[in-house]
Design a protein around this ligand. Structure first.
Ligand SMILES: *Cc1c(COP(=O)(O)O)cnc(C)c1O
Length: 421
């Protein structure tokens, strides 16, 4: 089975003449359309907002185009906050959902006026001591055994995140007593979940909590944040989540539980990363070697340091051999990088057409948690990121690292050999 590409082989060959492989190529039009689709699915909900999870693709050009589609930014570190700030996102355009957070990070979030989402009961005191309590605060709920997680995020009761239910009640009453005026409730219980009903159930769970918190504490939640985690069809036979159905499903639960009550209007928010940019990013790499031992290998010039999801999670990423999409896929190969790590494989036992040295391979669905997870193990360098604009032009939005970058943090001056150099 095939997966479509938003560009043809000729276009990619022209790009490769200017920018050597490996590189990431992002499709701006696709990202914009996906963002619009999510906004349209929740158009019924006054104040709906998607905060793009910056960690999925932390690039200012991407943040800017998503901001242009009305998205905010979900940050979890100082650097992510600064990235968002520098493209012009401030105040409640920013959600700060962090964990094990340091005071300087809270200070930055507070200075920007971001919505601070606390991960633990003890952080109320910590925030108060180091920064002071803002008017608006949100808590992250971990439902524990009340809810099944999924493969990537694991079981909620084994996850380090969030408050227990009892802690939520305690925390909100502490905030109320301390004079906090505005309240939000957050949860995130899935990652890469393709079953849209899962998110409707998450909405039901947090609406129910918001109702009980109102009844018991007299606290009116201003928003609920359903987290991120909407999955994408990495495999060609999988189907994308029907966003319209998710939006309508959440609306039905809203109408049944919230509409017409004292909690109405209650804003619904999300903080997806993967579904917004994942399908619209491609890692382009060149085949450089073949090897035939107990198995057949195709060696490419990218490696796991460019995209670690297959090695880390055993994740499937579809691969197209440019110009050979319609050739018979009658070779079974492992597609490998050059790390001295045997899990440095982009594909295992994958049927592909005959790959020749110099062929361009496009690794699909790498637009989220792809480049961002890059590392320098084995002295490998992070590659460039390119953005294809709706008019077909291509812009370099992050240069490739150089060997000078790699050596920049090292110090040779105190070594016996240094005078000679
Ligand atoms: C990673 C993360 C997200 C985004 O997850 P996706 O699977 O990319 O949608 C959102 N919120 C939090 C708190 C996260 O840690």
């Amino acid at each position: 089975m095939q997966k479509p590409l938003p560009f043809d082989a000729e276009t990619v060959r022209r790009i490769v003449e200017k920018y050597p492989t490996p590189f990431y190529l992002y499709d701006e039009q696709g990202m914009r359309e996906t963002a619009r689709g999510l906004n349209a699915a929740f158009a019924w909900c006054p104040g709906f907002r998607e905060y793009f999870a910056v960690k999925a693709l932390p690039n200012p050009y991407v943040l800017e185009l998503l901001m242009d589609e009305g998205l905010g930014a979900d940050c979890s570190s100082l650097a992510e906050l600064e990235l968002a700030e520098r493209v012009g996102l401030t105040g409640e355009d920013l959600m700060f959902t962090s964990n094990n957070t340091q005071a300087h990070e809270y200070r930055k979030a507070a200075a920007l006026g971001a919505i601070i989402n606390l991960d633990d009961l003890s952080h109320i005191e910590y925030l108060k001591e180091h920064v002071g309590l803002p008017d608006l605060l949100c808590f992250r709920y971990n439902p524990g055994s009340a809810r099944e997680g999924n493969v990537i995020i694991g079981k909620p009761e084994e996850a380090k995140y969030g408050f227990t239910e009892a802690q939520l009640f305690e925390g909100y009453s502490t905030l109320k007593a301390a004079g906090v005026k505005r309240f939000g409730l957050h949860t995130m219980v899935a990652s890469n979940e393709l079953n849209g009903d899962f998110f409707v159930e998450t909405a039901r769970m947090v609406f129910d909590l918001a109702v009980r918190i109102y009844q018991q504490l007299g606290i009116r939640m201003e928003f609920v944040n359903l987290g991120g985690g909407i999955g994408i069809p990495y495999r060609p036979e999988q189907k994308a989540v029907d966003l319209q159905a998710v939006g309508q499903g959440v609306k039905r639960v809203y109408d049944a539980m919230i509409a017409g009550t004292a909690l109405d209007p209650l804003k619904v928010m999300m903080e997806n990363g993967r579904m917004i940019t994942g399908p619209h990013g491609f890692l382009v790499t060149t085949a450089i070697h073949h090897k035939h031992i107990y198995r057949d290998y195709v060696g490419v010039d990218a490696c796991m340091s460019n995209l670690m999801r297959p090695g880390m999670y055993g994740a499937y990423h579809h691969i197209s051999v440019l110009g050979k999409e319609n050739a018979p896929h009658d070779r079974i190969v492992d597609v490998v990088g050059s790390l001295c790590e045997n899990n440095d494989k982009f594909a295992i036992n994958r049927p592909l057409p005959t790959v020749e040295r110099g062929d361009l391979l496009v690794i699909h669905d790498a637009g989220a948690h792809g480049h961002a997870m890059g590392f320098q193990y084995n002295g490998k360098l992070r590659c460039a990121e390119l953005l294809m604009k709706p008019d077909g032009s291509v812009k370099l939005i992050r240069r490739a690292e150089t060997h000078a970058d790699y050596f920049a943090t090292l110090d040779f001056s105190g070594l016996a050999c240094s005078p000679k150099r």
